[in-house]
Design a binder for this molecule. Structure first.
Ligand SMILES: NC(=O)CC[C@H](N)C(=O)O
Length: 225
């Protein structure tokens, strides 16, 4: 059985839900601690949502220096699938595993809602179980979800098909080009602001939806292929 590590930082909030999503997808979740110096041989890694280090300085700016991140960066360079959800996405940007940054929502308030997204790239390690152009509903909950990058970076992301998820309907936070999630050049590292781990069970998912499960099952497909 594939083993997917879920990293807990001080202030992580959604690590338990991410581990549950991993289990529901059919893999074994492995708890990793921010102070660890090894990845316990996991096959893929999830950086979950929350408020690592209390969001001090900037969201993800301190977590980037956690000992485990040295290992996560090295693993990503070997092609290990890495998923950053919300605060995890912020940590991936701060770590320069993904370009750009997440800043305060343009309306300056926390947003918490079920959000429709378009899957724009269904060939990353975390999205092969979706169809390109498919609409999915995933909860969005953050204060600093506005994706920004310089014009050249945006042009490159768009030109290379590295926008993985885009908000559908009103832009919830002012993200450039309504970008909700992106990937690295290799397609093994994906970050997104919405929370797929909260849309994996009919009882608790948005309108009974389980659209989020596809990210976790996609990683399993990537691991066996
Ligand atoms: N849900 C989250 O992971 C929150 C991320 C971050 N702390 C923010 O408010 O933007």
């Amino acid at each position: 059985m594939s083993r997917i590590g879920v990293v807990t930082f001080p202030g992580s909030l959604d690590d338990a839900d991410a581990a549950r999503a991993v289990r529901l997808a059919g893999a074994e979740p492995v708890a990793l601690w921010h102070g660890d110096h090894d990845l316990a041989g996991v096959d893929a890694i999830v950086l979950p949502g929350g408020f690592s280090y209390g969001d001090y300085l900037r969201c993800g700016a301190i977590a980037r220096f956690a000992p485990i991140m040295t290992e996560v960066v090295a693993a990503s360079e070997r092609g290990v699938p890495v998923l950053g959800i919300c605060n995890g996405f912020q940590i991936l940007c701060e770590s320069h595993l993904l370009p750009g940054a997440l800043i305060r929502n343009d309306h300056r308030t926390f947003v918490c809602r079920d959000q429709v997204l378009a899957v724009e790239n269904a060939s990353t390690a975390w999205t092969t179980d979706f169809e390109s152009g498919q609409h999915v509903t995933i909860p969005l909950k953050n204060g600093e979800g506005s994706f920004v990058a310089d014009a050249q970076t945006i042009e490159r992301l768009e030109g290379e098909g590295r926008v993985v998820f885009r908000y559908v309907g009103a832009n919830p936070n002012g993200s450039v080009n309504a970008i909700a999630g992106i990937t690295n050049e290799r397609g093994n590292v994906v970050g997104l602001m919405p929370h797929p781990e909260h849309a994996v069970e009919e009882l608790t998912g948005p309108s009974g939806g389980t659209d989020g499960l596809g990210l976790f099952t996609s990683a399993l497909t990537a691991l066996v292929s």
